[in-house]
Write a protein that binds this ligand. Structure first.
Ligand SMILES: NC(=O)c1ccc[n+]([C@@H]2O[C@H](COP(=O)([O-])OP(=O)(O)OC[C@H]3O[C@@H](n4cnc5c(N)ncnc54)[C@H](OP(=O)(O)O)[C@@H]3O)[C@@H](O)[C@H]2O)c1
Length: 282
């Protein structure tokens, strides 16, 4: 029986596909446009829009008994109905603490994740929901352009603390859950190894590059004004709320990654070292 990894191009999905393939599991990896999807080894690319599965969904799910599901925007009901019908027995859903954290769960990010969680629960398929902490990849999303072009980072709430988690750890946990029964509880909250202030996270990148990266502190209003529309305003507002509420606190750290994988969660530095090219001037 095969494992279907949806979002096989994604930061987590690509790593999960590679890991499952390397361990010898039959894997199918999906993307909405599979013509540009490059998968490792014997993994089979399939085209699939989770919100509009149609015939492609049936093809992608043929012979599949376990699924990794991205929390996409829109209804995944038809996909899940098809999955239950073809006999998918277990599913790992990537979600976000935004689904339950005060100040987020009733805001756009929380609502999207809660909707997918509800659909999965109603599908009747046995599942585990993953709640990873602040993704290390946020550093590239939020700061890489600034660092490359100006050598500095401007941000609000630089004293907010988060627990960056390496995408390899999330992929490793998901691979374990999809292939072994040992840790299949209803949910797994995953964190990185250490609480870090945002400004300290930038300092780690600077250290890896061998340069100092000054942080220019913005007010909330300045951060909102600077945004060029890449992040929709309501989402940006929520992200700023979360950051403001995290100033001066130590972000939670748990041992779930170590419990499941057998090794400590990877430090942010190891992600930064592997991705230094994204922060270097071109
Ligand atoms: N940022 C955080 O700190 C944080 C914390 C906790 C959880 N999370 C969760 O983690 C997610 C990001 O994970 P990531 O970095 O691995 O994601 P990513 O690299 O942005 O990849 C997202 C994947 O979703 C797929 N996708 C989107 N819409 C789809 C649809 N309608 N049908 C099928 N596939 C679809 C994309 O596939 P295509 O190739 O078809 O585009 C893509 O491969 C966030 O969206 C959030 O849910 C984030």
């Amino acid at each position: 029986m095969a494992i279907l990894v949806t979002g096989a191009r994604g930061n987590i999905g690509s790593r999960l596909t590679a890991r499952l393939d390397a361990a010898g599991h039959p894997v199918r990896g999906s993307a909405r446009d599979s013509t540009t999807l490059r998968l490792p080894g014997g993994a089979e690319p399939v085209e699939l829009d989770l919100t509009d599965p149609g015939v492609a969904g049936a093809d992608a799910l043929r012979g599949v008994d376990a699924v990794f599901l991205y929390p996409v925007i829109g209804s995944v009901d038809a996909f899940l109905e098809m999955a239950a019908k073809v006999g998918v027995r277990y599913l790992v859903l990537l979600s976000s603490p935004a689904a339950y954290e005060v100040g987020e769960f009733d805001q756009p990010i929380g609502l999207v994740h809660r909707a997918v969680e509800r659909a999965v629960a109603e599908s009747g398929i046995a599942h585990t929901v993953l709640y990873p902490s602040w993704l290390a990849t946020n550093a590239r999303r939020d700061w890489a352009d600034q660092i490359r072009t100006t050598g500095r980072v401007a941000m609000a709430f630089g004293d907010a603390s988060f627990t960056p988690i390496h995408p390899d750890d999330i992929a490793e946990v998901a691979a374990d859950l999809l292939t072994r029964g040992t840790h299949r509880s209803r949910m797994q909250i995953l964190t990185g190894p250490r609480s870090l202030r945002l400004r300290d996270t930038v300092a780690v990148i600077g250290d890896v590059l061998g340069v100092e990266i000054p942080v220019d502190d913005l007010t909330r209003e300045q951060a909102l004004e600077r945004e060029d529309g890449g992040i929709p305003r309501p989402i940006l507002e929520t992200l700023l709320d979360v950051a403001e509420a995290s100033v001066g606190l130590t972000a939670p750290v748990n041992n779930t990654v170590e419990r499941i994988t057998g090794h400590p969660a990877r430090p942010f530095r190891s992600w930064a070292e592997a991705h230094r090219r994204h922060f270097q001037p071109r």
